[in-house]
Design a protein. Structure first.
Length: 94
């Protein structure tokens, strides 16, 4: 269950920006204009954490898609000898 988001208005952001930035320590802050959300402020630490999670999820998706392609016979698996040659060639290219 998600906690209730913190909310503030554009006017409060403009007039009390230090207060609003202080709220970021407790999580994202939804910015409203005329009672409608128009944006979300997140701290740099939270942004980095979220991007890290997205990158981890994409890595998992890529790995699962590769497994599916192998299972469907669309891609042949490399032998251990082919992997050793490939790694050696990769190291030469560094």
């Amino acid at each position: 269950m998600h906690k209730l988001p913190q909310m503030t208005s554009i006017a409060e952001l403009r007039n009390k920006h230090l207060y609003v930035f202080g709220l970021l320590a407790q999580g994202p802050v939804v910015i409203n204009s005329r009672s409608h959300p128009v944006g979300v402020l997140v701290s740099p630490t939270e942004w980095d954490r979220l991007i890290g999670l997205l990158e981890d999820q994409q890595d998992i998706i890529d790995a699962l898609e590769a497994k599916l392609e192998i299972a469907e016979g669309k891609v042949e698996m490399m032998t251990q000898d082919e992997i050793k040659v490939w790694l050696a060639e990769d190291k030469l290219g560094e």
